[in-house]
Design a binder for this molecule. Sequence first.
Ligand code: MYA
Length: 623
Amino acid sequence: MIKSLSLMRRGLSRVPMRPMVQIIRTQTADAKPQDMDNRSFVAGLFNGQLYTDQLFPYPDSLSADQLETLRLYVDPTDKFFLEEFDSPKYDEQAFVDPEMMERAKRQGAFGLQIPERYNGLGLNNTQYCRMTEIMGRYDLGFGIVLGAHQSIGLKGIILYGSEEQKMRYLPKLATGEHMAAYCLTEPGSGSDAFSIKTRAELTPDGRNYILNGGKIWISNGGVADIFTVFAKTPVTDSSGIVKDKITAFIVERAFGGITHGQPEKKMGIKCSNTAEVHFDNVKVPVENRILGEGDGFKVAMNILNNGRFGMAGALSGTMRMLIERSVEHARNRKQFGDYLANYGVIQEKIANMTLRHFVTESMAYQICGVMDSGVTDFQLEAAISKVFGSESAWLVADEAIQIHGGMGFMKECGLERVLRDLRIFRIFEGSNEILRLFVALQGLQLAGDRLKVLEKALKAPLSNAGTLLNFIGGRVGIHEVSAKNLVGSRDYMADPLVGKCVEQLVACVNHFGVAVERLLMLHGKDVIHQQIKLRKLSEAAIDTYAMAAVIARSSNAIRTQNPTWEHQVLLTTSWCQEAHERVLWHLRGLRDSDTLDLDQNKIKIANDVILEGGPKATHPLGF
Ligand code: MYA
């Protein structure tokens, strides 16, 4: 797993500990958006630096016109779901009535982000995020029908398609006349996306590829007309060596040779179609290749990177609904002479649910706002938002059912459908385990790159004095501000009312940077095999980014005198207090000998059980 990460090729040995966190800001009043690139907060974290460019000011990015346009779509869509869309029925029958699909198509729901010149609504990421919230609120299954189509199915054409490909495919995809699907997963290739077996061979005349292979669990697989398919093709590198690499194709069902299986019977998101798709000698014109031969892995990953914020958006819509329903129940249900809403244990649950929702929503709109500003370095934050959103929504749904008691367990209440629908979100679009490793390894790779420069410099310290000084100062030719400058009244600062949270954040960033260097010093390239440590590092990154997102959001709320700013400060201080303690605990767990012994014991337990084929301790009764 994560086999070819470039850390494997590195042998990091001696590196000094860096003393203190650096707060780095390149953005000034006259900075251009591209100056903000490669200033991802999470990427900075791995270098023990606090990049604030993509944090402050919290995006407030829609113009009055864009807000007005959005409202034109939000209100009718809300009404459509409330009054016409029969989710329990579609869940039961495992498909959406065709006339409802047609209604959604006529409203433009299939072309939300397709530019207007190709018949779409041309929504930006922030506007799209708001629309995904509605899907999440009412029907995650239908959200997947729409999401598989536009969040991943046709996204490759928008991101990387040639003008000709866009002209040819986007207009019919925008109106829903054609539906799209994203075909990556195969029987032998789930998380390990690079190991796909589907192949495409160029014909001798160089005009077509012949595509063969089978994909599984394809959302919209049985109903799509246009597929973005990833297949291996032989690619000759600059030294003349031929290797199989992944190439992306736009494949029309109309090309022939495409068949699909029966709709899968699933635990949740039942109204969406999931099916196997087979490609049997499908003739794909070379014009249908997306980018060059061998560029497909990048295309596949970036489609997923670009869509992940939508999941956080959708799931914050789900959580908002679940909190509203729980509050309504708690306000009306009396037990032991009082309403549930007046009991401390219920209040604690409602507060925890609200904190999870606030953080997910803050992450989602931070990421899409940053994306709308033209920044391209957001994949770590996007992965975190998917992990955090999917786990939070699961916890919130579970607590909502708990608050509803026996009623919550009944189908009629409608919450069990939401819980079933939510389960897949921790698995697909990159399982949360894989995404945690991705965040840790990608981050370590960045830190490793920086440390490698240092390692080189240490070999010739005199001629590299400048590099060494820059490293020790924690800066590579960029503007540096002191810690106290992070708190203030300017829009690129945190408000003093959340000053304590900033101190907690800075402490986390500082400890994080030190922990990264220790890990790399201790394990070097073998760090990729330290999965428990990588997971802990990732947990710390997730919580730290969550703190940063809510600090930025509430600071903006204070500055703009948002009517709920006091509540937002309460949420922020509460979240940061708990999260900061968790971060330090996770980081301590990377070096504390008792914890490390415990980790080793767990590996021993697992190995015993794996060898045994189940629990090894004999039954208390002996049989
Ligand atoms: S679709 C199927 C989803 N499948 C996956 O997500 C597969 C998960 N696996 C992976 O992502 C990769 O295989 C991993 C890499 C990460 C494990 N961005 O050596 P490597 C670069 C940019 O680590 P591997 C579905 O579920 C990396 O830097 N670059 O690779 C449907 C390196 O570059 P270089 C990346 O060990 C769901 C190179 O690639 C990324 O093979 C339906 C190799 O890296 C990245 N992310 O493993 C949802 N990753 O060589 C519907 C790697 O230059 C949508 N790299 O160093 C619903 C939307 C919600 C809205 C709806 C409303 C409700």
